[in-house]
Design a protein around this ligand. Sequence first.
Ligand SMILES: Cc1cc2nc3c(=O)[nH]c(=O)nc-3n(C[C@H](O)[C@H](O)[C@H](O)COP(=O)(O)OP(=O)(O)OC[C@H]3O[C@@H](n4cnc5c(N)ncnc54)[C@H](O)[C@@H]3O)c2cc1C
Length: 457
Amino acid sequence: MDSTLLQKISNIVGQKHCRTGKEELHCYSYDGSRQRALPDVVVFPDCTEQVSALLRLANEHGLPVTARGAGSGMTGGAVPLQGGMVLACSRLNRILEIDKENQIAVVQPGVITGEFQSELKKQQLMYPPDPASLKFCTLGGNAAECAGGPSAVKYGVTKDSIIGLEVVLANGDILHTGTRTEKGVVGYDLTRLFIGSEGTLGVITQIITRLQPLPEWKETFLLQSTSLQKSTTLVAKILQHNILPCTLEYMDKTAISVVSELLPEPPAEDIRTMLILEIDGSKDHVMDQVQRLRELLKQEPHCSLRQAANEQDIQDIWRARRSISPAAFKLNPHKSSEDVVVPRTRIPDLVLFCESLAGKLQLIILTFGHAGDGNLHVNIMTRNRDQRESEKIQQAKSALFTEVLRLGGTISGEHGVGNTKSAFISLELDRTSIAVMRSLKKLFDPNTILNPGKILP
Ligand SMILES: Cc1cc2nc3c(=O)[nH]c(=O)nc-3n(C[C@H](O)[C@H](O)[C@H](O)COP(=O)(O)OP(=O)(O)OC[C@H]3O[C@@H](n4cnc5c(N)ncnc54)[C@H](O)[C@@H]3O)c2cc1C
């Protein structure tokens, strides 16, 4: 990188916060997709004004800029494919305000999601989006990906909990979107435009979140089933029976096998699937819902219900669920992780399709995830990344996406497009939509400096 430009960058953030050492560049070269590309420089701004000055400079010099939270994204979003500057948000990590009366908070993007939730809990408040990565991912990364999590079935995904943003545009201008109020319809909904835009339209520097009161009561259950077909059909039945869980997670037999030692009790040999189901609310409401659930399950003899007996049981169940993704590497060293969504009633078709695809292509495929909203993680595990295996993965992905769309679904529910899915978006989006998206990109980022190579092929 040109030394004069580097000096100007260093002048903005201070020498200590502008790093070019090889080992540091490596630390900011990858994400959860396990791709790698080295940036030329990593910067750690600590205020909006510094982000603005950095982007203005980068724009003048056509320097690519990749914003980065914790680098836990699964689709290559934080990988600086064209080098340039990684803008790390780790110093933008302050909770600026928690307004208990109005149930909103204002935060910087580098706040760790789980730490924000712990802070709120002390005040009997809750921020519902709970990606399984919450112990390390950031609110900025969640906003940029529109992350979801188990609680989405009841409380929605990140876009349902964010009501306003501060964003720095590619030319350094600072934009404020949305409101601090529950309602607000003045002009176009720019908040929603930036949520899920994967750092390609601007860098988020502040987030206004909606909060909820912490539910008074919660019960946690494990539903173990000997039938793949019947248990996946049960997901839609539960919701049709006026039971609204705050969590309805699914694991197939392979997913169970990689975390079985973490569960409160090892599952019996004939167990094909598990559902984790949680119900929250007032105590009376929870008891009424549990009663309905027990009634429904009388007609489902393939399924046994185990109620978590204490906090340790609950912790164990969740540790097992959140460990599936990393534990899958026990099966094979390489993973292609998809997060497709289908209408709930089509989940049985999807899981059967995945089983038959695995058999046909001789691949290990495990499925698990947020069954309550039809969002399943389909993980394709391979032994190596040679040409033969890579071709097989492409073939599997293509067949999976085609089937998901045939079932009325979408190719990504929460992980976004990044570069790993950009070649497939035309399967789902029509030409006009892609053309409008290209125009928006050009309007916000005419010099294509913001996260080039992501979303749009
Ligand atoms: C074990 C594991 C479990 C996971 N479980 C879930 C899950 O349940 N649900 C789910 O949705 N995801 C899940 N993920 C994926 C990932 O954690 C989420 O996508 C998360 O939102 C990424 O946050 P991050 O801070 O790591 O962002 P990064 O990976 O650093 O970045 C993600 C994207 O956001 C952009 N970005 C980051 N900060 C900003 C900013 N301030 N302004 C603009 N753009 C920005 C980046 O450029 C990139 O495109 C999981 C990942 C792992 C490894």
